[in-house]
Design a protein around this ligand. Structure first.
Ligand code: URA
Length: 235
């Protein structure tokens, strides 16, 4: 791999920025200063440093984030605004190409996987795979006793097709766990709208085989364990 690519992918700046660091003699490979941005390195064996500080490289990174409200599920605010993005919350990231696997609404909390593993994300989000996503939802008032049955059977939320059958476990007459197998825009909010209710609080608690670590407060994150990563890759 080219030296400048290695540094970019390790989050050390844009291609132009890392090229400047290389040409000013700040970058060494195995303790020898290298001024050629195209110098080929072995990312698994060579030791790369900037100003004497080792630059770690990771092919893939996998984090579990408890997304807080008010943060958008994107890698950067595409509207050019100042809104915080979920990847901004991952302070220790090595890679600069992390993105969230799927989207939660700005006001939704809970489990979000952040990675740069495009294949894994693609598999998890593939509409054909119907990976289960479970949420805890609170509503602005009571729903009728038979509302859960109607939502579970699939409802018309204004798209081409009704929603797929899902599971709803009512915890009270205005809160529930709901497991959906699709990932449509505002899906759960629109499902409860068909019963005349507004979702006032929504939190994702699991995605496929992975559950949100209860130790993580909103805004906190941790690396996925090897076992969790394996489970997601095989989901
Ligand atoms: N359904 C919603 O309505 N919002 C989310 O963030 C996720 C699922």
């Amino acid at each position: 791999m080219r030296l400048d690519k290695y540094l970019c992918e390790s989050g050390k700046g844009t291609r132009t920025e890392v090229k400047k660091q290389i040409s000013r003699g700040a970058v060494s490979v195995n303790c020898t200063i290298i001024k050629d941005a195209g110098y080929k390195i072995d990312e698994n064996a060579d030791r790369v440093s900037i100003d004497g500080v080792e630059v770690k490289y990771a092919d893939f990174e996998y984090y579990m984030l408890n997304k807080p409200q008010g943060v958008i599920s994107a890698s950067r605010d595409k509207r050019g605004g100042k809104t915080l993005c979920v990847t901004d919350l991952i302070r220790e990231k090595i890679r600069s190409d992390l993105f969230p696997v799927g989207r939660l609404d700005k006001d939704t909390e809970g489990l979000l996987i952040i990675t740069n593993d495009g294949d894994m994300a693609h598999r998890l989000l593939s509409p054909k795979r119907h990976v289960d996503k479970t949420y805890y939802a609170e509503l602005d008032g009571k729903i009728l006793p038979d509302a859960a049955e109607r939502i579970m059977a699939g409802v018309d939320i204004g798209d081409d097709k009704p929603t797929m059958p899902c599971q709803v476990n009512m915890l009270s007459d205005s809160s529930c766990f709901i497991t959906i197998h699709e990932g449509r825009y505002h899906e759960i909010k629109r499902m409860f709208k068909t019963e005349g209710r507004t979702v006032t609080y929504l939190k994702r608690i699991s995605m496929g085989p992975i559950s949100l670590d209860p130790e993580l407060a909103p805004g906190e994150y941790r690396l996925l364990t090897d076992k969790e990563t394996e489970l997601l890759k095989n989901a």
